[in-house]
Design a protein around this ligand. Structure first.
Ligand code: F6P
Length: 338
């Protein structure tokens, strides 16, 4: 009997269940038994798995999160975990494992592939959209839509109270969510990690905008943004634990301009709940393609979207570098700055 495993690792995001559903549907159609591995790599370490069928995966396409659970466990940090994974994979009789995840999950997939421990195919997901091996990682569209809706809501209250509203969005080390949600939400300034920020310039722009008669402003700041002249530590830039930059930006504006300023940190709201139609569609296409790669024995590859065409790319290539924002798009956004 032929078998496939699927796991979802790292941060959850909307669209994961579309992939799981597609892998089960396509896998069963091609004669595979599909096993769901619980909580990312942890499920392979602890041999925590269950068979997935049409009944378990029915009615999940519109659900956020992942029915398999996830974790941020990195087995490469522990030799015993790696040995357990190797042993459990061998014993399971699976032809291959589909690892759905972001940069960290896929780096583990690459390491396991290189050491010949697990036959693996990667599927990219990330609300941050920061994987360079693909034009698009699902989850991003939903995050941008949620953030845009929040900006719209914060716009009306900022305008009513004649305030500056600083809105902090996720994205780790890249500014994709800030840039696209900021543009769609009509932000007056967008601050991203790709360009260290001089707060004096920001405050000067805001003063000019107010001199022109505007009594409120919307500023979007990506969580990983660096401010010139501030120690990195004070900005909360440790690995994956951001969440301080909005406050710093707001305080700096209030001190320099006297404008009343408020902060909203959108946080995990951006990752939860119903996926957009686009993320469901991409998740579904990625899932089908991943099964095809296993059928073709194309291990050590990641499903990738180039233009609107699905391709495969070496995992090695896919995780090599982070995809930073499109500079042309940022130049377009700047036309609308304060
Ligand atoms: O990578 C997705 C992401 O949501 C980032 O944008 C954010 O910095 C991070 O995960 C938060 O991680 P956690 O949920 O572990 O706090």
């Amino acid at each position: 009997m032929r078998k496939i495993g699927i796991l979802t690792g790292g941060a959850d995001c909307p669209g994961l269940n579309s992939v799981i559903r597609a892998v089960v549907r396509k896998g069963m159609l091609e004669g595979y038994v599909v096993t769901g591995i619980k909580n990312g790599w942890l499920g392979l370490i602890e041999n925590d798995m269950r068979i997935l069928d049409l009944r378990v995966t029915s009615g999940i396409i519109d659900r956020g999160g992942t029915i398999l659970g996830t974790s941020r466990i990195n087995p490469c940090e522990n030799k015993e975990s790696i040995e357990n994974i190797t042993e459990n994979f061998k014993r399971s009789g699976m032809d291959g494992v589909i690892a759905v995840g972001g940069e960290e999950t896929l780096k583990v997939a690459l390491a396991l592939h290189k050491e010949n421990r697990v036959k693996v195919v990667g599927v990219p997901k990330s609300i941050d959209n920061a994987l360079s091996g693909t034009d698009y990682a699902f989850g991003f569209d939903t995050a941008v839509n949620i953030a845009t809706e929040c900006i719209d809501r914060l716009h009306t209250t900022a305008e009513s109270h004649h305030r500056i509203m600083v809105i902090e969005v996720m994205g780790q080390y890249t500014g994709w969510i800030a840039l696209e949600a900021g543009m769609a939400g009509g932000a007056d300034i967008i601050l991203v990690p790709e360009f260290p920020v001089d707060m004096n310039q920001v405050c000067e722009s805001l003063k000019k905008r107010h001199e022109r008669g505007k009594s409120f402003s919307i500023i979007i700041v990506a969580e990983g943004t660096k401010l010139i002249g501030y120690a990195e530590k004070s900005q909360g830039l440790e690995r994956r634990r951001f969440g301080n930059i909005g406050e710093l930006v707001a305080k700096s504006i209030e001190d320099a301009t006297g404008f009343e300023t408020r902060v909203s940190v959108l946080g995990h709201i951006q990752r939860g709940g119903t996926p957009t139609a686009y993320d469901r569609l991409i998740g579904t296409r990625f899932g089908i393609k991943a099964v095809e790669l296993i059928q073709q024995n194309k291990f050590g590859k990641m499903v990738s979207l180039r233009g609107n065409k699905l391709q495969d790319v070496d995992l090695e290539e896919a995780v090599k570098q982070r995809k930073t924002i499109d500079i042309d798009l940022y130049e377009t956004a700047k036309v609308f700055f304060a």
